[in-house]
Design a protein around this ligand. Sequence first.
Ligand SMILES: Nc1ncnc2c1ncn2[C@@H]1O[C@H](COP(=O)(O)OP(=O)(O)O)[C@@H](O)[C@H]1O
Ligand SMILES: [Mg+2]
Length: 305
Amino acid sequence: MASVKIICRLGFPNGILTYREVNGVADWGWVSGQDGFAAEEMGEVLGEGRQGIVFRLYEDGKPTNKVAKVVPLHFVEDSIMGPGSIPQLNIYQAKLFKQLALAFGGEDMGLTEDDIPGALPYIYEYGELEVDEYFIKSLDESALKYGWSIDETDFLNEWLKPEMPCAYWIMEYVPCLGKSRPSFCDFGPPFDERDTMTKEDLARIKKEQIGYEEMATFLFDRLGWVVKDVVSPTNFGYRKDGSVVYFDPMVLPWPITPANEEEWNEASLGDPEVDEWEEYVESGDYFQNRTQWTAYSADNSFRRA
Ligand SMILES: Nc1ncnc2c1ncn2[C@@H]1O[C@H](COP(=O)(O)OP(=O)(O)O)[C@@H](O)[C@H]1O
Ligand SMILES: [Mg+2]
């Protein structure tokens, strides 16, 4: 009997692209206009950054409450994606979102939805694919239909080259971002004032701090990750009910061992961070301080008030 494993299933304006493994051999399949099966389309681009690109998903021409993030897992030389260490960060982040997708989907024996703190986004699906001409053509169709800007198209053309391995995940749409009007829907201090926050503002970021503490503890205890890149107001938002969501956590494995130390340093973009992080985690400071980049950039003003 043939064993078929669907690795990827993405909707586009003219059909659905599946990337499957049939008896261990990878294979693309294109199904035109089939409904009821991954019916959501890759719609407008919500953001593109250092690491990947994020699409709002559409169904029947209307935006859904889901987004898809696609990240490359290999370095592209001379890319606007930046230094070669980014893929290692993407590999780690993809691994985390795969773990979450399995837990939310009830496919992880050790972890259930109830274990996952609300500060992490809900993950509907995780998949991996290798870019090829079908994928690129399908994205071009979405670009036309949803009016992507030239920049967005250029960005994709740069790293979505045939054979590029990518991961994608489908997660909840977070409506209240720093760039929303009003910023963060007034659930926290506005984007522009983040750098100049005073003591009085700390009360307003209490939810962010509690969310961070719960998320950091869970990731550390249950999955063996430390997390950074969670101070930047481009990496979290609020749900309609005012709860905080860190949708772009950068994770690194813990503990650091001789086996992962090289990768760890690579993912730290060359900073000699290992010693700093050991001190930071062992002192317990880590669990209360949201960190942006290195352990030393932890900002004490971001402790819970
Ligand atoms: N789940 C989401 N809901 C709404 N917008 C999102 C979501 N995820 C990402 N975005 C938007 O896309 C931008 C880039 O996503 P992010 O995950 O931060 O990518 P990068 O790794 O490139 O920084 C974010 O700053 C945000 O504006
Ligand atoms: Mg980001």
